[in-house]
Write a protein that binds this ligand. Structure first.
Ligand code: UD1
Ligand code: CA
Length: 449
């Protein structure tokens, strides 16, 4: 049976104290909303409905960024979680299957947990995701009778006995689409907050002879973000678990706590990541590659056997083939570096192609930008670019070609040729000694006053 998702993302997130809608704050380089959508994507949902309100335009754009087919619906006034889900009524029309309700500010629910809920739904009409809270605080409490979930009581409405319950509501709920809408229609707002509570569907289901139960997960999965400090804690949690999973998959890290990863970082087995490396989104590092200390990578692909850094920067579109060496203080942007090529020191390569086995000397710069447009530099295979070469793009250096140190390359260099553009050197005999003595005398005179 197919599944639909309803993701609640209309809340203001007052405690974030931010101009950015809460669900667009990032963890591991991706908006919270994308994490929620990602964990549910394993279920291959037939429909994804995102309920927006505060910052609706921005939130809708982000939802479509992740999934162009996502249906955005607006909740003009935030009257409660039941009211929020009901905004999806039309978007769910004609859909018969299970609906999972998730929160856009709760990024860590795993696909396994959602699968468990779907499978429990086969025996139960309403399935709620619960967790044993170390500190139950203001969470809604799950009132169980054996395996049956009798009701969910919000903290504000709970008796002392109910507040003593530590099994809490994560907010994730699953029910068949038409049943869910029916139950929601019956929810009122006669409670301590005057809100339409999604949680009330449990009581209503039981009263109608339907069955409800709870599936439980680890508390860490249910972490919801309401404040900046919770966001920082979520980031730390994300980093810890992403590092751990890479290490378990065979990545070598000497100081994992200093390596920062993104939601989509892919690193192959036996690749080595030295301390203090940052992976912004969009990076793939193949098996056996080595990323040395203090490098920053974004939107880059590093092939098997390649070495990057220390202190290197790979920007979007950096494509390194096997056995490439990128050394210290080198920046690569939108450029492909073919097999075995070396760019070892103090160099900028942007909008370029560098052929196999070529060597780019220290201080080389591809002058790719004329102030208005970007231009391309092409270097063939087995070429040698002398130190401090300026390649004024658009320009091509052929195969087995060479540029002399300090050359400003403004014209194409044919295969096998050497380009040299610098003034001839003259040596003025004795000139240095003479100049030193004049300068020293001047300094001594100044010192006397
Ligand atoms: C809710 C649950 C509570 C649970 C807790 C877990 C209800 C009534 N209570 O409480 O049992 O323990 O989550 O974190 O459901 N939202 C909307 N529109 C609204 C109201 C909320 O989109 O009108 C969204 C919010 O943006 C948020 C989510 O729904 O992402 C939860 O709302 P929130 O107000 O934070 O619920 P809690 O009071 O925390
Ligand atoms: Ca909340």
């Amino acid at each position: 049976m197919s599944t639909a998702l309803v993701i609640l993302a209309a809340g203001k997130g007052t405690r974030m104290d931010s101009d950015l809608p809460k669900v667009l704050h990032k963890v591991g380089g991706a908006p919270l909303l994308h994490h929620a959508m990602l964990s549910a994507s394993a279920l291959e949902p037939a429909r994804v409905v995102v309920v927006t309100g505060h910052g609706a335009d921005q939130v809708e754009a982000a939802a479509h960024d992740f999934d162009a087919d996502a249906i955005a619906v607006r909740q003009a006034e935030q009257l409660g979680t039941a009211h929020a889900v009901l905004q999806a009524r039309e978007a769910l029309a004609g859909f018969s299957g299970d609906v999972i309700v998730l929160y856009g500010d709760t990024p860590f629910i795993t696909s396994d947990t959602l699968e468990k809920m779907i499978s429990s739904r086969k025996q139960n009409d309403v399935v709620v995701l619960g967790f044993d809270a170390a500190d139950p605080g203001r969470y809604g409490r799950l009132v169980m009778q054996g395996d049956a979930l009798k009701r969910i009581v919000e903290y504000k409405d709970a008796s002392d006995d109910e507040r003593a319950i530590t099994f809490c509501n994560s907010g994730v709920i699953c029910a068949e689409s038409a049943t869910l809408v029916d139950l929601l229609d019956a929810v009122g707002n006669d409670n301590a907050s005057g809100e339409y509570y999604l949680t009330d569907i449990v009581t209503i289901a039981n009263a109608r002879g339907l069955s409800a139960t709870a599936v439980s997960c680890d508390e860490a999965e249910t972490l919801g973000i309401n404040s900046r400090s919770e966001l920082a804690a979520a980031e730390a949690l994300f980093q810890r678990s992403k590092r751990q999973s890479l290490i378990e998959d065979g990545v070598i890290m000497q100081a994992p706590e200093t390596v920062f990863l993104s939601f989509d970082t892919i690193i192959g087995r036996d690749a080595e990541i030295e301390p203090n490396v940052v992976f912004a989104p969009g990076v793939t590092v193949e098996s056996g590659a080595r990323i040395r200390a203090f490098s920053h990578l974004e939107g880059a692909h590093v092939s098997r056997g390649a070495t990057v850094g220390p202190f290197a920067r790979l920007r979007p579109g950096a494509e390194l083939a096997e056995d490439v060496h990128i050394g210290n203080f080198v920046e690569i942007k939108n450029a492909s570096i073919d097999e075995g090529a070396k760019v070892n020191h103090l160099t900028y390569v942007g909008d370029a192609e560098i052929g196999a086995r070529s060597n780019v000397g220290a201080g080389t710069i591809t002058c790719n930008y004329d102030g208005v447009m970007k231009h391309k530099t092409t270097i063939g295979r087995d070429s040698f670019i002398g130190s401090n070469t300026l390649l004024v793009a658009p320009v091509t250096v052929g195969h087995e070609a060479m540029t002399a140190t300090g050359t400003v390359v403004t014209k194409d260099v044919p295969d096998g040729a050497m380009a040299i553009s610098r003034t001839d050197q003259t040596n003025k005999q004795g000139f240095a000694r003479k100049l030193f003595s004049i300068l020293r005398a001047k300094k001594a005179k100044q010192a006397k006053g």
